[in-house]
Structure formats: C-alpha cells, structure tokens
Design a protein around this ligand. Sequence first.
Ligand SMILES: [Zn+2]
Ligand SMILES: [Zn+2]
Length: 236
Amino acid sequence: MRVDLIGTGSIYTKYNSASTLVNEELLIDIPNGCHKQLLKMGYKIEKVKAVAITHFHGDHFADLPFLVRHRFALKLLEPLIIIAPKGAKEQIKRLFDVYNSNDFDWKPTINIIEIENSGEEIEILDKYHIKPIEVAHGDLKPAYGYIINNTLGLTGDSGICDAIREIRDNSKIMIADTSFRQGKEMHMGIDDIKDLLSNSNKNIIATHLRDTTREALKNEKITNLIVPEDGYYFEI
Ligand SMILES: [Zn+2]
Ligand SMILES: [Zn+2]
C-alpha cells in the first residue's frame, strides 16, 4: 500500500489542509484546495475512485464538487464512491447547491455510502476494508477516524479518547491529528501524541499541524514520530 500525504496542515497555515491518498485511488478527506493540489502534484484525477470523508468540516470535504465535476468532464463511467458519516446525502447536496454545481447531473456520478455503525467494516473496490471508528470532535457528531486493511490508521480530527487508542492498536502506522502543543477537546496536542507513543511501539505521523506545533515538533525530535511535509509518502 502506497500512502501519500497531500496535505499536513491546519486551516491557518500555508500547508495544504490535511488529506491522504492511498494507492493514488482512495482519498481520505478532500479539503479546501485538495483538487488543485492533486493536479499540481501530478496525480491523475481519473485514477481516484473513492473518497472517505472523516467529518463535515470544510477543511475535510469542501473540494468534493470540484473532483466530481472534473471526473464528469473526463466522462468517467464508474461513479465515485464516497464513504461518509450519516447525513452525507443531505450534506453533499447542500454543498453542490451553494457552489451552484447543478448545471450538470452529478447525482449518478457518485455512490454515497453512509456509515451506519462505528466499527462496522465497509468493503470497496474488492480490496479495501475500511473500518470507521467514531472519534471525539466536540459537537460535530459523528466524526470518524478510519482503519484501512488493518494497516493504516487515520484519526481524522479528534481529541484524545479510547477510539484513538483503538485506531493505534489496530494499525501498523497512524496518521494523527496533532493540531496543538497542548491537546484540547476537539484536537490532540503534542502531549497526547507523546502519551500514545509511550504506551506502544507504533509509529505515528503528525498531521493537521499548526505552524507553531510543527516548529515545536521539529525541535523536539520525538522517537517514532514523523513530522511530514506535504507530499511525504511511504509504503506499508
Ligand atoms: Zn474538524
Ligand atoms: Zn480539520
């Protein structure tokens, strides 16, 4: 499995908003600017077959209409698979409405799978087992992290909670929200990440970074923690 980090930043940085691309075909989150960034980085839109959305904040799903429109322009016949929290059909319709994207018939070009239950695996494209785990992201409920093929963990946006430890324990490497220096209710901090590392031998990749957090992490050089630039990739 090849994993590319399209973005590693929070909203307030020059870094792209956090998103991850698996095998050039499965996106985890499609934030503001993501569609253009895929093109700039040289990925092929026609290869992207599925998107798993962690939650409905704009820095996690705002660019979906642009990807759908581009796929439509390319006349791709297979609908884009979208895995997302309950309410996705309504949320996505509203997004297309506010973008005035209704000048083409986009509904048949997507296949929305709404998550029914946390922990219930969803199988797509005959090769990905995607397990959504409900995480803690304040009042925005439900928000999910994902475990893909029992290998790659992604926390989405979350404060520290048992769900995060579950994602860590059931993956080989975890891409984790590390927004702040001190963890808060809605986002983890460096203190939380240190705690997650101290209780296991797993590797963690920090994402959703504020600039001050990124600088602090680079100075600290924490064992088993990777502080990636946009475009960082690895194989697992
Ligand atoms: Zn969020
Ligand atoms: Zn976010």
